[in-house]
Structures are given as structure tokens and as C-alpha cells.
Design a protein around this ligand. Structure first.
Ligand SMILES: [Zn+2]
Ligand SMILES: [Zn+2]
Ligand SMILES: [Zn+2]
Ligand SMILES: [Zn+2]
Ligand SMILES: [Zn+2]
Length: 302
């Protein structure tokens, strides 16, 4: 019988995962039960779940012992370093100062960065999984929508249509919508819009795969709100629910690192997500949907 190395609980064959370190591939690794995998914080560098007392400044002992290497230039980091979006990195200060930031993730781009037709620069990593083919984007869109219907029960009477637009056009659309929903028009990557009887989800072209899935799920959740909780004006709940839907989708796909980034955000998106997860823990997935439908309507719509 195996035991979880974090909580000590005995675990059956299908109730744990073993995390092995890259530099110690033949080592025993760390046995982590399902519960700890979900609930414990992760080392910001190697993403292994840990109990909080085994982390120093968010980094595990093994990573500190091995020494930190810059993810961009691969040199050892002696001094300051940066973690972007909470857990991407570490990057050395030199790379951060010398290279243009990726338009999508903010990481220093380096020599293998790619400049798009509109002048924006992407890092090689974001560019590698960018969905540049419109048919592929539409297929992925359909798969995300089907996944949300299946796993969360989000069904719509009027299905939104996917519209791929360039960065400038999306910002223009977002500026108009920002007056209604408070999104930050400059940082927006997707947008749900109602035009008469039609519904649209606008997406920025060339989004990396996981990000596309995340943004589609978020915007689809707004479409669902439009039908099921149309008068709900609480900004925190509106955005929190949309983030929760995207978060569930990423978890289902095993995109733990991206999911963790969503959870760490300190703005209305992160706060709202944590609140919805709290509702889910107290009830269930369908309980969250019920909570949205039953949420009292605030009089001031901003
Ligand atoms: Zn455990
Ligand atoms: Zn680590
Ligand atoms: Zn570097
Ligand atoms: Zn990037
Ligand atoms: Zn939103």
C-alpha cells in the first residue's frame, strides 16, 4: 500500500500520482494523493504539489538546491528573477530588460520571437501552438462548446457564432462593449456580443491553443448568463462565473499551470473565481448554476 507523501493518507492504485523531477528521472518521485494534488500549493518553478512549509517564497527545496536557471537564456540565476503570471519562469533580470515582452504572455521573447503582420511580437512558445488556421479554430470552438454542454450542463437556445478578428478590430469592438460590461478593452482577447437576435463570440486571431480554449469557455459562459441570468449585474459574480467555467475546462484538459495562474489573480477575475469555487464546494456544479439563476438582481447596472 502506498501513502501520500504530503498528508500520509493510504492511497489505492488509482488515487495518486507520482511526480518525478526532470533531473532525477530514476528517483522514486513524490507520491501525491488526488486530494493533495487539487488542494496543495505548487512549487512555482517545477509545479510539484507541496505542503506550504516545504516551500520558500513559493519554490520547493529541490528546485532551490538545484539552483534556478533562467527559462529564456538557460543561465544560472544568482540575483533577481521574475515569475510572470505568478508561475511562469523564472526569468533573469537581464533577459527581462533586453528582450521585448511577448504580446500574449509577457515573457521575454529573445531571438526566436516572431513578429506578426500587425507588429505585435509573440514568444516562440505562444507562437508554436497559435491556431492560425480559421477552420481549426472553428473546430476547436465546437469542441469546447460540446465539452461545456456535456460536463457543466451549459446549454443555450441560441448558439453564438465564432468570429475571428484581428487585434485592432477586437479592441474597437471591446471599447464599445466596455461601457456596458466593464472589461478592460486593451487587454481583451475575446468578447461576447448580442446583435438583435444573433449572438457572436469574437476572438483575436492566432491565439495559442490553451488560451483559445480558455477565452472561448469564458465568453460562452457570458452567453449562457445572457439567457439564464440576464439581469444579473454583480460584476464580481458575472466575471467569477465566466472564469469558473474556463477554469473547469482547463482542469478537465489537465492544463494545471494555466489553471493555477487563473486562481492566483488578485483582480476581479481571480476573486470571482475563488468565490465560485467556494459555492461549488458547498454545493455542486449544478449548485453553481442554480446560484447564478437565483442571485438577486442589483438595481444599479454599471
Ligand atoms: Zn495527500
Ligand atoms: Zn520545485
Ligand atoms: Zn535569462
Ligand atoms: Zn508568449
Ligand atoms: Zn468576462
Amino acid at each position: 500500500m502506498k501513502h501520500c507523501n504530503l498528508c500520509g493518507r493510504a492511497v489505492a492504485q488509482n488515487e495518486y500520482r507520482v511526480f518525478t523531477r526532470k533531473r532525477d528521472a530514476n528517483g522514486k518521485g513524490l507520491t501525491v494523493c488526488e486530494q493533495c494534488e487539487r488542494a496543495q500549493p505548487r512549487c512555482l518553478v517545477c509545479q510539484t504539489p507541496m505542503t506550504a512549509q516545504h516551500l520558500r517564497a513559493g519554490i520547493c527545496r529541490a528546485c532551490l538546491r538545484e539552483g534556478l536557471k533562467c527559462k529564456r537564456c538557460k543561465n544560472s540565476i544568482g540575483g533577481d528573477f521574475l515569475l510572470l503570471n505568478g508561475n511562469d519562469g523564472p526569468y533573469c533580470a537581464r533577459c527581462y530588460q533586453n528582450f521585448a515582452p511577448c504580446d500574449i504572455c509577457g515573457a521575454p521573447t529573445g531571438d526566436d520571437g516572431v513578429t506578426l503582420a500587425d507588429g505585435r511580437v509573440l514568444c516562440a512558445r505562444c507562437h508554436k501552438t497559435a491556431i492560425t488556421d480559421s477552420r481549426e479554430a472553428h473546430e476547436l470552438f465546437e469542441r469546447v462548446v460540446a465539452g461545456l454542454e456535456r460536463s457543466l450542463g451549459l446549454e443555450l437556445n441560441v448558439r453564438p457564432q465564432l468570429m475571428l478578428v484581428d487585434h485592432a478590430r477586437l479592441i474597437e469592438l471591446a471599447r464599445t462593449a466596455a461601457r456596458e460590461n466593464g472589461h478592460d478593452a486593451e487587454r481583451v482577447l475575446g468578447l461576447f456580443v448580442r446583435q438583435g437576435r444573433k449572438r457572436f463570440i469574437y476572438l483575436q486571431e492566432d491565439l495559442p491553443r490553451i488560451l483559445l480554449i480558455q477565452v472561448v469557455a469564458h465568453e460562452f459562459a457570458h452567453a449562457w448568463q445572457g439567457e439564464q441570468a440576464p439581469l444579473l449585474a454583480d460584476h464580481l459574480v458575472r466575471e467569477g462565473f465566466a472564469e469558473w467555467v474556463a477554469y473547469k475546462m482547463l482542469q478537465e484538459l489537465g492544463a494545471q499551470k494555466k489553471a493555477a495562474q487563473m486562481l492566483q489573480r488578485q483582480d476581479v477575475y481571480g476573486q470571482g473565481l475563488r468565490e465560485m469555487l467556494q459555492v461549488e464546494r458547498q454545493s455542486s456544479i449544478s449548485g453553481v448554476l442554480k446560484f447564478l439563476r437565483a442571485k438577486p438582481v442589483h438595481s444599479a447596472i454599471v
